[in-house]
Design a protein around this ligand. Structure first.
Ligand code: XUL
Ligand code: CO
Length: 437
């Protein structure tokens, strides 16, 4: 196959002074930050679905994407050629990872058998391209939302046969993820929710979802797949309400059904926005439960109410994300996965490079800014001081379980009044952050 991006060579690091749109200004893969290379901190991943399958249609018009390497057909041959284009792109970009749904990489057949055969034929090429380039699979997943059979959901469908079909599809997707050495596997419940409660037995659906996930854990163990399982929260779209609506709802569900030991969360920025939260909030909720696994890096539009999946370009956003990730001690199996797409108006192949270079540079800046804030120490020092009343005296006794209501009443009766509060200093802290940006 001829090169898909013949005019583009390896994207170099040229530093902040560069005006070259096809060079990194901040992402310097081998640069050490807090004792680790940027490459190892950020573990960038390219998504197959947006970057190689999205034709960029919208409800008002046809796709605009120009993809010369793709003949537009649903043939296995075209799917195999697409793999070559994808690996050429990722290699030139210097992305160490990628992620896919089963149906992104290979066409769905007339039967599960045919779909599995198609998938095997493409996985063969994925495997040889991984070997040729050293690019690895961050995670795999199954598309349980596009085919009309999943209109009522998959694991939460009212139709038991659809549950069974979904299970068979996930079984195969876990197998190929394992075969490709994937470091994780994602469950995003695209249609696991409802459009109206008039027709929905919510309790039964939630129990079915838990059963489905337990079956997946059992199967994973039976084949020796060691990759991390993730749940990806999203509150709505395509459904009115999805059961995995945000970090807290997912954690509650996992705890209720005894799944917390086997799952972590994959947090996506635009999904946080749709849930009415900041990305920082979603990350901190997951981290507090020791359950943050990976992130889907993108951003929404403040004026558009749906999942626009834009590439992240805000340094404030990435600095906040990297502050949380560094505090957690960094990614283990997860990474920064660009679940993002170029705009419909950005239809040329070169736009894919601009988008990813921008996202990677924005995260590299976020990493450097977060590391500088941590080195400075004032932010963490402020938070530590703010809670110092818990380090000794009555605070320490409460934390250690040595005081109950009776002791606390006696304490306050003796004190007469609580010690004076100190200012939260939000504006001071916002100014402090600005010193670094
Ligand atoms: C949808 C979404 C998915 C998941 C994987 O909003 O984020 O692409 O990341 O199924
Ligand atoms: Co996502």
């Amino acid at each position: 196959m001829a090169a898909a991006f013949p005019k583009i060579s390896q994207i170099p690091f040229e530093g902040p002074g560069s005006k070259n749109p096809l060079a990194f200004k901040h992402y310097n893969a081998s640069e050490i930050v807090e004792g680790k290379t940027m490459k190892d901190h950020l573990r960038f991943s390219v998504v197959y679905w947006h970057t190689f399958r999205n034709r960029m249609a919208d409800p008002f018009g046809a796709g605009t994407a120009i993809r010369p390497w793709d003949d537009g057909s649903d043939s296995v041959k075209n799917a195999q050629n697409r793999v070559k284009a994808a690996f050429e792109f990722m290699q030139k970009l210097g992305a160490p990872y990628y992620a896919f749904h089963d149906r992104d990489v290979a066409p769905e057949g007339q039967s599960l058998k045919e779909s599995n055969r198609n998938l095997d034929a493409v996985v063969k090429v994925l495997k040889s391209e991984q070997k040729r380039t050293g690019i690895k699979l961050l995670w795999g997943t199954a598309c349980l939302f596009a085919n009309p059979r999943y209109c009522h959901g998959a694991a939460t469908s009212c139709n038991a046969d659809v549950f069974a079909y979904g299970a068979a599809q996930v079984k195969k997707a876990i197998e190929v993820t394992h075969e490709l050495g994937g470091e994780g596997y994602v469950f995003w419940g695209g249609r696991e929710g409802y459009s109206t409660l008039y027709n929905t037995d919510m309790k039964r659906e939630l129990e079915h979802l838990a059963k489905f996930l337990h079956m997946a854990v059992d199967y994973k163990k039976s084949i020796g797949f060691k990759g991390q399982f993730y749940i990806e929260p999203k509150p709505k779209e395509p459904t009115k309400h999805q059961y995995d609506s945000d970090s807290a709802a997912c954690l509650n569900f996992l705890r209720e059904f005894d799944l917390l030991n086997d799952f972590k969360l994959n947090i996506e920025t635009n999904h946080a926005t749709l849930a009415g939260h900041t990305m920082q909030h979603e990350l901190e909720v997951a981290i507090a439960a020791n359950a943050l696994g990976s992130i889907d890096a993108n951003t929404g539009d403040e004026l558009i109410g749906w999942d626009t999946d834009q590439f992240p370009t805000s340094v404030y956003l990435t600095a906040q994300v990297m502050l949380s990730i560094l505090k957690m001690g960094g990614f283990t199996t997860g990474g920064v996965n660009f679940d993002a797409k170029v705009r419909r108006e950005s239809f040329e192949p070169i736009d894919l490079f601009h988008a990813h270079i921008g996202g990677m540079d924005t995260f590299a800046r976020g990493l450097k800014i977060a590391a500088a804030i941590r080195k400075d120490g004032r932010l963490a020092g402020f938070v530590k001081d703010r809670y110092s009343s818990w380090d000794a005296g009555i605070g320490a006794q409460i934390e250690q379980g040595k005081a109950g209501f009776k002791e606390l009443e006696a304490y306050i009766l003796k004190q007469g009044e609580a010690a004076a509060n100190t200012s939260g200093r939000q504006e001071y802290l916002e100014n402090l952050i600005n010193e670094f940006i």
